[in-house]
Structure formats: C-alpha cells, structure tokens
Design a binder for this molecule. Sequence first.
Ligand code: FAD
Ligand code: NAD
Length: 156
Amino acid sequence: IDDRLFRNAMGSFATGVTVITTEVAEEVHGMTANAFMSISLNPKLVAISIGENARMHQHIKDANQFAINILSSDQQNVSKQFSGQLNGESEITFATYKGLPILEDGLAVVTCKLYSEYVVGDHTVFIGHVTGVKLEQKDPLLFSQGKYRELKELEE
Ligand code: FAD
Ligand code: NAD
C-alpha cells in the first residue's frame, strides 16, 4: 500500500488537535499531536501515539508525566509552532497545572502520569493515568485532509 494513499485515507478521519507538553531538567517541550484518544473511564486513562524519531518520545519517558492541551479554533498558529511549521522561534508562555507546563488559552487540558507504554511499529503508544482536567467554553480546532478547519453545524 502506497504511503501517500495511507496518509490521505487516515487524514480523512477528522480529528481535533492537541499539543503534548512536558518538562525535563527545567526545560519545557511541546509537540503537536492528533493521535489522541480516551481509553477508560474507571480508571481514567487516555492514549497518545508518538513517533520514535520525535524528541517528545524520550522526554515523556524521562518526565514520566505529560499534559495534553486540546487546542481551540483560534490556536492554529500554536499547532504550527509545535509541529515545526513556523519559521523562527516564537516566545510561548506556559502556565503550571498539576506540576506540568500547560498552554494558556486552550479548550481543555488533561494532565497524566505515565501508566504504561507499548512500542507499536515506528510509534510508541503512551497510556496516561489522568491526574487533572480543565475545560473552557470554546470551539475546537479541527484537522482534516491535511488542513485546519473549524466546526460548522449541519442544519436539522
Ligand atoms: P521538535 O521538532 O523539537 O519540536 C516541535 C516544534 O515545537 C519545534 O518547532 C520547536 O521549536 C517547538 N517547541 C518545542 N518546545 C517549545 C517551547 N518550549 N517553546 C516554543 N516552541 C517549542 N507526530 C506524532 O508522533 N504523533 C502525532 O499524533 C502527530 N500528530 C500531528 C498532528 C498534526 C496536525 C501535525 C501538523 C503534526 C503531527 N505530528 C505528530 C508530527 C509532529 O508534530 C512533528 O513531527 C514534531 O515536529 C515532532 O516534534 P519533536 O518532539 O521531534 O520536537
Ligand atoms: P498527512 O497527510 O501527512 O497526515 C494525514 C494523516 O495521516 C494524519 O492525521 C495521521 O492520521 C496519518 N499520518 C501521517 N503521518 C503519519 C505517521 N508518520 N505515522 C502514522 N500516521 C501518520 O498530513 P500533513 O498535514 O502532511 O502532516 C504534517 C506532518 O505531521 C507530516 O510530516 C506527518 O507525517 C506528521 N503527522 C504525524 C502523525 C503521526 O505520527 N501519528 C499524525 C499527523 C501528522
């Protein structure tokens, strides 16, 4: 199966966009990710899938914890910043929640302790045990078919 066909087909499954954040040796690191899902209610577990070549891969193992920042519709540039799609460094300010750096102005935050990890092909699936949740009244940023999009309600 052709890589491009696989990516185009996977990209037709519309998702939200998150930035994973963590801190190692007093340095904050962030990475854009859409491979995120809710796994279990009792206990509360979530999963993210991180490519083996991403710097975030080792950072999560070292920190043993991470935050998932669910982006709001006005944070397209934040997604671009943390996926290396912007030229030049922009200064990002982080708040602290449950001992983790988090983004300001997002739609929701889920903080986690690392619960388990599974090497799956060229990615590692990290399972997080949820330690905190924050939720704001905002619209989500969406990603579909390689483009950022906003929600539009269908007429009844
Ligand atoms: P880097 O490439 O070092 O960091 C990523 C970017 O964030 C760099 O530009 C860096 O300057 C910036 N940055 C990091 N920390 C800070 C900071 N403290 N302050 C300011 N800027 C900072 N990859 C996956 O493995 N899994 C996914 O689910 C996934 N989903 C994606 C979804 C979308 C919509 C997009 C666009 C990309 C996705 N990627 C995913 C790809 C991933 O975001 C990139 O490959 C990313 O560059 C890998 O980051 P890294 O950890 O190697 O770190
Ligand atoms: P794209 O067309 O490369 O991606 C569309 C979809 O394909 C993604 O939503 C994801 O479901 C899947 N995909 C893409 N690359 C993958 C990978 N290496 N491993 C597993 N699944 C993958 O979209 P784009 O706008 O060109 O993406 C920008 C960059 O971000 C690309 O370099 C892409 O590889 C990367 N990305 C990686 C993942 C991931 O690792 N899970 C997810 C999304 C985007």
